[in-house]
Ligand binder design. Structure first.
Ligand SMILES: [Zn+2]
Length: 69
């Protein structure tokens, strides 16, 4: 039985992954823990490279950036 919440979360992560890939090159190591809240960053995100925040904090961060524009 597949958990729909997990699937939605993974889908969101993949969408974010694509937007991150468009902006930054691979080759930078990812943090194990989120810079902002210290939570462990999911493996699926760390594999992107250059990840320093968990999904939640990255979402907050990007939302704030949009506000500033
Ligand atoms: Zn976080």
């Amino acid at each position: 039985m597949v958990d729909l919440v997990d699937m939605a979360e993974e889908f969101r992560a993949r969408q974010m992954q694509e937007s991150i890939n468009a902006r930054q090159q691979f080759g930078t190591a990812s943090e194990l823990d989120c810079d902002d809240c210290g939570e462990e960053i999911p493996q699926i995100r760390r594999e992107l490279g250059g990840v320093t925040r968990c999904i939640q904090c990255q979402t907050n961060f990007e939302a704030k950036q949009k506000h500033f524009k």
